[in-house]
Design a protein around this ligand. Structure first.
Ligand SMILES: O=C[C@H](O)COP(=O)(O)O
Length: 263
């Protein structure tokens, strides 16, 4: 795990799963499975579909749960005639802390470009939200050995024009596309190679003070059985979890990763 001053962040990206009734149940189960101490040690975040956000807000605020939540996407626009889009202000009003931006599924299925992702990151900051900015390479790029160059180009483009205090706040999620939902996890060394290169690029561009503050997550087939070895890497500060975040016990066990290490 990285620097002790960076609080580990385990975020569950539910993707297009769970209606608002199921969302409520999952949040309640999660809260019942984690102690205040465990939630103090690790920031636990849920990222439900838009339609669940109000329910999740009510569950978390009503019971004063130490679980944080956010959305899976944001419009680059502030308001207006953009049918089907959701603005940063709307998400902020629902109490969201985080918003996922540039997930590989949106890059692939919705043709999101680096420019659009950069605009969405800026829209998130304007609304007072913290982006979880996703980067990662496909299998062809990995096989050609170009993962670091590819990911650093995504990082440069996504962060273009941001201020240093915004960079310090952002969460970057490195998700090799070939490891998402496939059961193929990158090895801890693979994760460290790219997460370390991202931090080195941040040092080069913004100085070590800024770079050391940024939390970098790994994502791609993370589960309770592999989280500890991934979190043992010096530049990995958390995980963006897909499938395993839909099971309260499994996700809670991932959040409890410091105890796996101690065992
Ligand atoms: O956002 C989460 C990632 O896409 C990882 O998904 P996964 O854990 O199901 O592989």
């Amino acid at each position: 795990m990285g620097d002790v001053t960076r609080k580990p962040i385990i975020a569950g990206n539910w993707k297009m799963n769970l209606n608002h009734f199921e969302a409520n149940l999952l949040v309640q189960k999660l809260a019942a499975s984690l102690t205040g101490e465990q939630l103090e040690a690790v920031e636990a975040v849920v990222l439900p579909p838009f339609t669940d956000l109000r329910t999740v807000q009510t569950a978390i605020e009503g019971d004063k749960l130490a679980i944080v939540y956010g959305a899976q996407d944001i419009s680059a626009h502030a308001s207006g005639a953009y049918t089907g889009e959701i603005s940063g202000a709307m998400l902020a009003k629902l109490g969201c802390t985080y918003v996922v931006i540039g997930h590989s599924e949106r890059r692939e299925y919705h043709n999101e470009s680096d420019e659009l992702i950069n605009a969405k990151i800026k829209a998130a900051f304007t609304a007072g939200l913290t982006p979880i900015f996703c980067v990662g390479e496909g299998l062809d790029i990995r096989e050609a050995g170009n993962q670091v160059t590819h990911v650093l180009a995504q990082v440069d483009a996504g962060l273009d024009g941001l201020k240093e205090d915004q960079i310090k706040q952002i969460v970057i999620a490195y998700e090799p596309v070939w490891a998402i939902g496939t059961g193929k996890t990158a090895t801890p060394d693979d994760a460290q190679e790219v997460c370390g290169a991202i931090r080195a690029r941040l040092v080069e561009k913004y100085g070590s003070d800024v770079a050391e503050a940024v939390r970098i997550q790994y994502g791609g087939s993370v589960k309770a059985a592999n989280i500890a070895s991934i979190m043992a890497q010096p530049d990995v500060d958390g995980a963006l979890v897909g499938g395993a975040s839909l099971d309260a016990e499994e996700f809670a066990s991932i959040v409890r990763f410091p105890e796996h290490v101690a065992r």
